[in-house]
Structure formats: C-alpha cells, structure tokens
Design a protein. Structure first.
Length: 339
C-alpha cells in the first residue's frame, strides 16, 4: 500500500497510475492530492472534456466503464473520479456487478486515470472483489490523519512562505488548540497569517484570541479549572462547550479519555518512566504527555478513578435517555471541584 507522500511523488515525476483507490480520515490532504492530479492531467479549459466526476452511490458499472472508455480530447489521458462507490463500501450491489467491475479493472485503458475517492465517512470493504482488484492492478492509499510532527512541518512551510515567525512553544500551543484535522489546521492558520501579516510574528496571545479550539482543547481547559477547584471557570468552560454545539455524550466521552490518560500519566511518573517512553505508552506526542502529567498532578488518584467511573455511568445514562444531559454534566463538575 502506498503512502500519501508517494501519491505526490508520482504526480511530480509524472509516473501516474491508471487506477487509484483513496480513502481515510484526512480530507484536506486527499483534496490537495486530487487538485495536484487534476492540474497535471487536465489542461485549463478542458475540464468538460477530460475530467468527469461520478457519484459512486448512484453510478453503476456500465456508467463507470463508459466514462473510462471515453477517449481524451487533445490529451494523453482523461481523469475519472468516482466518489464513494457503492461497489467498495458494501452498501449495495450484486455479485455480477462486482465481477464486471473486477474484470474491467484488470484491463483499464492507458488513456484514463480512474480514482475511486472515498470520503472520511466511507471505509472500503476489503473483502470486496473490487477492492482486491484495485490493490492488484492499481494503487491503494490510506490518507490517515497526519502525525503531530507532520502537521508541524506543514505549518512551518506555510509560515515560511509568508516570512512569518512562530516559536516552537507557540507552534505546539497552536497544534494542541486546533486538533489533528488538517482542514481545521489550515483554516485557523489562515486567520493567524492574516492577523500577523507578511513578515510578522504569531504569538501565543494571537493563538488564544484568534484560533478556534477543538472540543478536546476545551475539555482540557475545563479540567484545568476543575484541578484548581475554580468552579465558576469550569462552569463557564462547560457553557462554551455546549454553546459550540458539542454533544453532551461527546463531552463525557472526551472527559473519560482525559481521566484515563491522566491516571496513566500519574502512574508512569510514579514508576519513574522516562517522559519519551511515557509518551509512547500513552500513544500521544511527548509535549502532550507532559501536559497530561502536569494536569494529573492537580488530582489525587482516587479522584481520577472516581471521575472515570462517573463518566462511564453518565455515558450509559445519556445513551439510554436516563439522565438529564446538562444537569448531569454540571453535577459531575461540581462533584470534582468539591474533591
């Protein structure tokens, strides 16, 4: 299986495959890859003739084959993009359709570049014959969420192009605030670039003022306030979470995860585990592991365990409609603040 970098390398070198299957959570990079591929294969003004996009939830085998068999006009190749094809997601489709598409993929004409493009909400069924054919005759690429160091490199490149400075501490603060979706990273970075201006400097104060935080970062802020026993601040943070449209069930799930990681960070520190190894055991970046450890220091172990247990009870109650949503979260925060 190829990595997303291999796709961009192929495009730059002109060694473009006849068949691609792209899937995964990272929509921003996937879109960038499609833009780059389109720019290389489709001349300006020729989009109506040499580019065709099909809704894969509706398009059947015959329509896909017709699009691929259509010859390019004044070009070597034609680009056909099939979004969310039902032949790969397993939602519908007959065995004869699977067989027909599989046979065709084995003999795709060299005049086409066919891209099966699955959005984040759609995962390919790897048991399907069409998936196996795509893997055999083409290139399958998972666009997974980028690692923190990859997102950091991207931000640095974007800022360097504008001659804008941002120190390492502020960069980590920004990435923690905006989360791991590159679409969100990009949109929030655009705001900071406009705010700082060409040749300027992005400061921590700018990040706090301009960048919209993720649910996880808001939960961090709420737990920081709980750890300091600042009930009013914690309640305001909860209000912000709910006002931003975050569902109570999601908030409870995030709280449970935070409690679990804080408890693990506390235990690893007690055992004298080196921070870099602790980060690996926690499955997070080193700077984030340090953040969890610092936050965990504000809580006694039994408080963290009680918090986890309460979140599990709340999760069950919310899923089954047994508990009032806002009132349950407020009761949880009050209980934690009171120790």
């Amino acid at each position: 299986m190829m990595g997303y970098r291999d796709v961009f390398t192929d495009i730059e070198k002109g060694t473009i495959a006849t068949l691609y299957l792209w899937y995964g959570e990272e929509e921003f990079v996937k879109d960038r890859a499609l833009e780059a591929l389109t720019e290389v294969l489709v001349e300006p003004g020729m989009g109506d003739l040499n580019y065709q996009a099909l809704d894969g939830e509706e398009a059947g085998v015959a329509q896909i084959i017709e699009a691929c068999d259509t010859l390019p006009f004044m070009a070597e190749r034609r680009l056909v993009v099939v979004r969310d094809p039902y032949l790969l997601t397993g939602r519908k489709g007959t065995q004869s359709e699977q067989d027909g598409m599989t046979a065709y993929l084995a003999e795709l004409p060299p005049s086409v570049c066919l891209v099966f493009y699955l959005r984040a909400a759609h995962k390919p069924d790897k048991r399907k014959a069409v998936y196996k054919a795509a893997a055999k005759h083409g290139s399958v690429v998972e666009f997974a969420l980028l690692k923190e160091e990859e997102r950091a490199r991207w931000v640095k490149r974007e800022l360097s192009a504008q001659k804008i400075k941002m120190d390492t501490r502020t960069l980590h603060m920004f990435l923690a605030r905006v989360g791991d979706s590159m679409q969100h990273v990009s949109s929030e970075l655009d705001k900071l670039v406009q705010y700082a201006g060409v040749g300027g400097t992005v400061t921590g104060e700018m990040v706090t003022e301009v960048a919209v935080p993720t649910t996880e970062e808001r939960v961090f802020d709420m737990l920081d306030a709980v750890g300091r026993r600042e009930l009013t601040h914690a309640m305001v943070s909860l209000d912000h979470l709910l006002a931003a449209g975050d569902e109570p069930l999601m908030i409870v799930t995030m709280l449970a995860r935070q409690f679990r990681l804080m408890l693990l960070a506390k235990e690893l520190k007690r055992r004298g585990v080196h921070p870099s190894r602790a980060a690996g055991e926690m499955g997070v970046a080193p700077w984030l592991a340090n953040k969890y450890a610092d936050q965990a220091a504000r809580f006694a172990p039994d408080t963290l365990i009680r918090g986890m247990e309460t979140c599990v009870e709340l999760n069950h109650g919310l899923k089954n409609g047994l508990k009032a949503k806002r009132e349950s979260l407020e009761a949880l925060i009050v209980g934690l603040c009171q120790g």
